[in-house]
Design a protein around this ligand. Structure first.
Ligand SMILES: *Cc1c(COP(=O)(O)O)cnc(C)c1O
Length: 215
């Protein structure tokens, strides 16, 4: 596979679902990939990338950003309180807000440094104890809090349990987003992004299908 294959599959999934062309943003997940592979995708003109660790992203993206204009970086992994400052400095979008404490810290540091990345709330749709994400019963309150704080909340994100049909989780996430009048839906990875597009994803996070297996 590769970038252009994934782009055409997304275009087909958009059209099959009766959605507008370009309705879905492809986030190329570059975590752990060799720099040459990431550079190839940049050379092909792609500019939207996802990383799941702040420290790893700090090591590679400042240099790429100097060489390639218009890079948009998405944080798709858990955000620890002590990493909020560098995360707000580097990332344009954060997909993993999952607690009141984290939302308040993002607000405080964001005001301090004058940077407010767009935010998604991560929802633990499978109710998995080891997984990040806010519990299903607490999503609406966290949405309300982000709005009260004036944070630029744009949508919801989920990572379905590995052993379950992802479509059920995508549909559930879409329903919770609609109830909260949130337009953004960050869902779908290499194995299931077409199903996510069919169910309303606005952002798919695709790594190995673009770059190859992570070593
Ligand atoms: C790694 C990762 C992805 C991409 O996974 P692939 O299966 O390689 O497409 C998507 N979302 C999150 C949160 C990830 O950590």
């Amino acid at each position: 596979m590769g970038l252009t294959d994934i782009q055409s599959k997304i275009a087909k999934a958009e059209s099959d679902a009766g959605r507008d062309a370009g309705a879905v943003t492809l986030i190329a997940v570059s975590k752990v990939q060799p720099l040459e592979r990431v550079e190839e995708v940049l050379q092909q003109g792609h500019r939207v990338f996802g990383e799941n660790r702040v420290q790893e992203a700090e090591g590679k993206w400042p240099a790429f950003k100097e060489r390639f204009d218009g890079v948009q970086l998405h944080l798709i992994g858990p955000l620890q309180s002590n990493k909020v400052r560098p995360a707000l400095e580097l990332f344009d979008v954060i997909h993993t807000v999952d607690s009141e404490k984290l939302a308040r810290r993002i607000k405080m540091i964001g005001d301090e440094i004058g940077r407010h990345p767009k935010l998604f709330i991560q929802v633990n749709t499978g109710d998995e104890s080891q997984k990040a994400g806010v519990a299903l019963g607490e999503v609406d309150d966290l949405v309300a809090l982000c709005r009260e704080l004036g944070l630029p909340l744009v949508g919801l994100m989920c990572i379905p349990p590995v052993d379950e049909e992802p479509s059920l989780h995508f549909a559930l996430l879409a329903k919770i987003a609609a109830r909260n009048r949130l337009a953004g839906l960050s869902m779908g990875m290499s194995d299931d992004f077409e199903r996510a597009v069919a169910l309303g994803a606005t952002h798919v996070r695709v790594g190995s299908a673009i770059f190859g297996q992570r070593g």
